[in-house]
Write a new protein. Structure first.
Length: 366
């Protein structure tokens, strides 16, 4: 089964915010741009992947269209590991993290989707068997900074059935507001996106102690400062620290897994190198005795791939679900949490479902 075409498809889907409109990277997000990857084969099968997009979507599209596509058309689609290794070596000069790795991630996910479709099996079964078909999720809110807005967003999500929550705040007051709404027992996490140097991180970690965080994510700037992460972990041993979403390769992830200080590791399937690299990251996490909790604020094939992997690795406690609502969705109501805060594993072969072609056609952005 050979690849006959690789297409990068940016799709910009309007969103409804849970609070005041906000975003990341210096932008207010009125829509989320997903970079879908479609791989056609001479067997008549189509595989779907997703490469990390959002603010960087134009660069990711260019990497797929101009760098990756000419290298893979005509190649064997079933030799996933060998092609992944070859392309990683060939293209490493252009970045071991960033758009080229995002492009490789999207291709890899699409090839695994094809593998499942060719075998007539969901990806979880292809990887050894799904240990569950319902996946617990946590609601990952954007940063609002306003305690009242955070409280309202958390209350609305809890009323809709969500049971676990992650904030992206950098001040104590919004965290306090969320905990006041949730009570003492609901899982509450905080991702500050590398906001603090060590001294500030230590002061904030101590100030946040009353709110019983399940983990504190990426507390240190710069993220490569693993020594400060280790110091912070020693200083606040009761607060688990998490990181890993921005690591661009399985080898780099293995080094992170071996580092002192982190309790929770968070590979991102659309950034790390796809499913092939995620499997290596999962092995490294287990070898290091760390908890695996994927990074997955996506609504396309990247989220479906994460669901399949979480079905296979049942020690993953939660799947991250972005705390906004897309109108429309690429998968209808398939990714709508149930009234107990979970998602059902899509039942089809490969990733479980294909994105809606009518939604793609209506919201294609390039």
């Amino acid at each position: 089964m050979r690849i006959t075409a690789l297409e990068a498809i940016p799709v910009a889907l309007p969103i409804h915010h849970a609070g005041p409109p906000t975003g990341f990277g210096g932008r207010i997000w009125q829509e989320l741009t997903h970079v879908l990857v479609r791989v056609e084969t001479d067997a008549g099968l189509t595989g779907w992947g997703e490469a990390f997009g959002y603010n960087i979507a134009p660069a990711t599209v260019a990497a797929l269209r101009d760098t990756l596509a000419p290298l893979v058309v005509g190649r064997e689609a079933t030799a996933i590991a060998a092609l992944h290794e070859e392309l990683s070596r060939l293209l490493h000069l252009f970045g071991r993290a960033g758009p080229v790795r995002y492009a490789l991630s999207g291709l890899d996910i699409a090839l695994w989707d094809l593998a499942g479709k060719r075998a007539g099996l969901p990806l979880a079964d292809l990887l050894g068997g799904a240990g569950r078909t319902r996946l617990p999720v946590y609601w990952s809110l954007l940063r609002y900074d306003d305690p009242a807005a955070v409280g309202r967003a958390v209350e609305a999500a809890r009323a809709a059935g969500l049971r676990a929550f992650k904030l992206h705040e950098v001040r104590e007051a919004p965290v306090a507001a969320a905990r006041a709404v949730l009570g003492p027992e609901a899982p509450l996490m905080l991702d500050v996106n590398c906001a603090w140097r060590f001294d500030e991180a230590l002061a904030m970690a101590r100030a946040l102690a009353p709110y019983r965080l399940a983990w504190l994510e990426e507390p240190i700037w710069p993220p490569e400062d693993l020594a400060s992460l280790a110091r912070l972990a020693r200083a606040v041993p009761d607060l688990p620290l998490a990181a890993g979403e921005n690591v661009g390769s399985a080898a780099a992830f293995a080094a992170l897994a071996a580092a002192e200080g982190l309790s929770i590791l968070q590979p991102s399937v659309t950034k790390l190198g796809g499913i092939t690299s995620f499997l290596a990251a999962a092995a490294a996490s287990r070898s290091a005795g760390k908890l695996l909790v994927p990074h997955s604020p996506y609504f396309g094939p990247g989220l479906l791939a994460t669901l399949q992997l979480a079905a296979r690795f049942t020690d993953i406690p939660f799947v991250e679900l972005f705390g906004v609502t897309l109108v429309p969705s690429l998968y209808g109501d398939l990714l709508t949490p149930d009234d107990e805060g979970g998602l059902r594993l899509p039942p089809g072969p490969g990733l479980g479902a294909d994105p809606d072609p009518a939604v793609i056609a209506a919201h294609r952005s390039g």
